[in-house]
Ligand binder design. Structure first.
Ligand SMILES: Nc1ncnc2c1ncn2[C@@H]1O[C@H](COP(=O)(O)OP(=O)(O)OP(=O)(O)O)[C@@H](O)[C@H]1O
Ligand SMILES: [Mg+2]
Length: 282
């Protein structure tokens, strides 16, 4: 990383669900924070039963328990950046929005990963919760929807091309988003291209990386959004943060299969830079 070291590690908070298989959710977020030099804290919103082959059960954490986790944490611990992931109901979206718009977190840099559509394509949020999520957009410094999520937020069909992504990124800004990183992981092509739009900084920017031929893609979205939260305190601007997060994630994808976790889509290798065991993936 080229960015200067800070006098102390930044403290990052993930508000998200648990993935027992360790590749996505809170577990991926804490690994990402640690790998990128941030001190990780977390507030759980849901317990999922899942493996590399899929999700079999979701138990939502009661809203008052989510509020209590947040209130108790921020009363004591300073938070330098927040990432929000899985919020599975209207009540949870509303409660988290309240805590992010007043009190100690009201101005903390916030990355919102609007987790709404499962990898298999099914909708995880009902219409009311999607409406509540739209109201959370203006509070986030960056939102990181994938192609199906951008479509749900806009009430449009998913796009299949980069020009389609550009149009949707502009419409998400019109809908209240401050900056958009529209992830192109679901599009085909030799490169994995995400579209960055910061209307204060000019037109859209294509953030490109080689597409890695791998089965280890579980948790890429969680990992990218938590990398943005972890790295933002070290970079002066958002675009360098986005580029650093994307290139680190690409290397984590490149080394994922060496972990050999599960029979389905395995995790990326969050600790590819620190690995002390023999890594035969090159
Ligand atoms: N095979 C790949 N090679 C390189 N980059 C990839 C690959 N697959 C996804 N990415 C990148 O990973 C990031 C996450 O994108 P993706 O569109 O997969 O998000 P997502 O659907 O939210 O992920 P998740 O299923 O974990 O929620 C993006 O930067 C995307 O370009
Ligand atoms: Mg996702």
């Amino acid at each position: 990383m080229d960015a200067p070291l800070l006098p102390r590690p930044p403290v990052a908070l993930s508000i998200a669900g648990s993935d027992p298989s360790g590749g996505a959710g809170i577990q991926a977020d804490l690994k990402t924070f640690s790998a990128l030099g941030a001190y990780g804290t977390c507030v759980l919103t849901a317990l999922t039963a899942q493996s590399t082959t899929g999700v079999t059960h979701v138990h939502e954490v009661p809203v008052e328990t989510v509020r209590a986790q947040l209130d108790t944490l921020v009363e004591d611990v300073r938070i330098d950046a927040v990432k929000v992931g899985m919020l599975s109901s209207t009540a949870l979206v509303v409660a988290v929005r309240e805590r992010l718009t007043s009190g100690p977190l009201a101005t903390t840099p916030l990355v919102l990963d609007p987790v709404m559509v499962s990898t298999s394509g099914s909708r995880l949020l009902d219409d009311d919760a999607v409406a509540a999520m739209r109201e959370l957009l203006p509070r986030a410094d960056v939102i990181t929807p994938n192609v199906p999520e951008a479509a749900v937020l806009l009430g449009e069909e998913p796009v299949g091309s980069l020009s389609g992504l550009t149009g949707q990124a502009h419409r998400l800004v019109e809908a209240g988003a401050r900056r958009v990183l529209l992830k192109g992981g679901h599009l085909d092509g030799p490169e994995s291209v995400d579209l960055w739009l910061d209307p204060d900084a000019g037109g859209p920017v294509e953030v490109r990386a080689p597409r890695i031929a791998t089965t280890a893609t579980h948790g890429t979205g969680c990992t990218l959004s938590s990398a943005l939260a972890a790295l933002r305190p070290r970079h002066q601007e958002w675009l360098p943060t986005v580029r650093a997060a994307k290139s680190w994630l690409t290397e984590a994808l490149r080394h994922g299969e060496v972990l050999d976790i599960g029979a389905g889509a395995g995790p990326v290798h969050h600790f590819h830079e620190q690995a002390r065991w023999r890594d035969v993936s090159g």
